[in-house]
Design a protein around this ligand. Structure first.
Ligand code: FAD
Ligand code: DLZ
Length: 513
């Protein structure tokens, strides 16, 4: 008699080869991965994002099979593909006489709800497992801060350092100081050469053709003969090794720098590998610390601390906030913004050099680094009063690493202040002076970063003051912002009026600036 069979679902962002599920081979366990329209169509994903996920899923399925596991893979164009997780799962449960359904906890609220509902409809047993990827469990941050007056990343980060003994000497930080953020804000000098980013070169033409034939709506560009992102664990580890050898020693210094000719500077570009779980945050952190320990004469502590903070700090923090605050988080709009996203967010066709550069590279590489996302594209959207739903939709589309749990917390929370300051203590907005200070964009711009009004005035300048003026009742009481209103109040009425009129002009013709 055939043995009772278990069905195990692996989602596209659960490609963790080290998961304990895979320690033993068992012919009565069937693994399934599926390319489905519900996932390709919930956003207008960048073509490189869909291709990256499919290529990595296909490779993962093949590797499992080669290791002796039983796998059923649904490609997008398979005839029996029902194009939903539930449809395909139902089919498999019937066809294989499955007696138990198992899955790993999804990182996305939407998919979590779908699978919970699906399990409730089943008349067989079901069980959810941890993904064995993150440092924290889903509700660890909520438990840590529940009932506390202040929820701060820094508090969480220190607790993480202590709990996981990262860069610690007993209960104290190894150098006596927790955070070197203040040292991480340098502009890139002309004499510092940035090593070339590590690019892979996969032929993904078959996947691109399947996506196109199916009529999936995507954005952005791709070279089907030379796809540049890692698509398996081996390549993810190579990218990690390349980062720690060539970029880590400058990571902290130039973390906030921007440059028109350098699309990834000293950043790791590991977010896709991490978010698909091809590599774990602990592997990344351990490898970076190991490199620093071996080369302390060449790698200053501020570089490694800056990097570790992003992974055990920000990344885990955003995940914790997500599970604490969803689903309400997804509809917050503190400033009651209503504007549409300018059309050129989808084309890069604007006269502002910084926006043009950040958007064009995003369309070309499905990537922008943190400060481009926060202080260029996010900054402008907030100054222009764009509805956070539109901003979210754009960020969820355009980046290869964009998954709801980390996209929405960064976009709606950190960047758009739509949560009223739960994640960020003040809105991340700036005038042109900051952009000029941290980048090389302004040198070759149609606009002049020093000019506030008139034909060549950089839009960031008048929009900046217009933002503060428009949102005075909501921001004035914030102790981190009071200074801005003092400066504004000291300006004479004529100047203030000119700024507001200039901002209104730009907003009224926003698709053409
Ligand atoms: P590095 O600069 O090399 O940093 C190393 C790692 O730290 C990253 O790979 C990432 O895993 C982690 N990290 C750094 N900053 C953050 C952060 N703020 N939140 C979470 N993890 C962080 N990150 C995503 O992974 N997916 C998203 O959809 C996403 N959307 C964003 C939207 C906005 C508006 C902003 C401001 C930030 C967003 N981020 C997102 C965070 C950050 O910009 C990216 O993680 C980073 O740019 C990825 O590039 P990298 O791997 O080269 O990062
Ligand atoms: C991003 C993505 C895309 C484009 N397609 C798929 C897919 O067809 N099948 C799948 O399992 N996952 C896909 N993903 C990643 C999912 O969106 C991700 O698994 C969920 O959001 C859960 O976090």
């Amino acid at each position: 008699m055939a043995k009772p069979k278990t069905l195990r679902l692996i989602l596209g962002d659960q490609l963790n080869a080290k998961h304990s599920w895979f320690k033993q081979k068992n012919e009565n366990i069937i693994y399934t991965l599926m390319e489905v329209r519900t996932e390709t169509d919930y956003a207008w994903h960048h073509i490189q994002k869909v291709v990256g996920f499919f290529a990595a899923m296909r490779g993962f399925a093949k590797a499992l099979e080669q290791a002796g596991h039983r796998v059923v893979y649904f490609s997008l164009d398979a005839e029996n593909n029902q194009q939903t997780f539930e449809g395909n799962l139902k089919q498999l449960i019937q066809n294989f006489g499955i007696v138990k359904f198992e899955y790993q906890l999804p990182d996305e609220y939407r998919v979590d709800e779908t699978l919970k509902t699906f399990c409730n409809t089943l008349n067989i047993a079901s069980e959810a497992f941890d993904t064995e990827h993150f440092y924290t469990s889903r509700f660890e941050l909520k438990d840590m801060f529940s009932g506390k007056k202040q929820v701060l990343m820094e508090t969480f980060y220190r607790a993480m350092r202590k709990k996981h003994h990262v860069l610690m000497a007993g209960e104290k930080p190894i150098t006596g100081k927790w955070n070197y953020d203040a040292d991480n804000r340098k502009k890139l000098p002309e004499n510092v050469k940035v090593p070339a980013p590590m690019l892979f070169s996969h032929d993904v033409s078959e996947i691109v053709s399947t996506i196109e034939k199916a009529g999936v709506k995507t954005i952005g560009k791709i070279n089907p003969n030379s796809f540049e992102w890692p698509i398996n664990r081996k390549e993810s580890l190579e990218l990690l090794a390349y980062f720690i050898e060539h970029f880590l020693s400058r990571f902290g210094d130039y973390q906030d720098a921007m440059h028109r000719d350098e699309w990834s500077l000293f950043h790791s570009r590991l977010s896709f590998s991490l978010n698909t779980k091809m590599i774990s945050p602990k592997e990344v952190v351990d490898a970076a610390i190991h490199q620093w320990l071996k080369n302390q004469d060449q790698i200053e502590f501020s570089q490694i601390e800056g990097f570790v903070r992003q992974i055990i700090g920000w990344r885990e923090y955003m995940r914790g906030i997500y599970w604490w605050k969803m689903p309400e988080f997804a509809s917050q709009n503190f400033f009651e913004n209503t504007a549409s996203l300018p059309d050129w967010y989808w084309t890069g066709n604007t006269k502002m050099a910084c926006m043009k550069s950040a958007i064009t590279q995003s369309l070309e590489h499905a990537y922008a680094h943190h400060i481009q996302r926060l202080m260029i594209t996010g900054n402008f959207a907030l100054l222009a009063g764009v509805h956070p739903d539109h901003v979210d939709a754009w960020y969820l589309s355009i980046y290869i690493d964009a998954l709801d749990w980390v996209e929405i917390t960064n976009t709606r929370g950190m960047s758009q202040f739509a949560d009223g300051g739960f994640i960020a203590t003040k809105p991340y907005v700036s005038s042109a002076a900051y952009i000029h200070k941290m980048s090389h964009y302004c040198d070759k711009c149609h606009y002049n970063f020093k000019v506030k009004t008139g034909e060549k005035a950089c839009p960031f300048n008048s929009l900046y003051w217009n933002f503060y003026d428009r949102n005075r009742s909501k921001l004035e009481g914030n102790p981190r912002i009071g200074m801005m209103y003092k400066i504004w109040d000291k300006m004479n009425l004529a100047t203030k009026t000119e700024y507001i009129l200039q901002a209104e002009k730009y907003l009224s013709e926003v698709n053409y600036i």
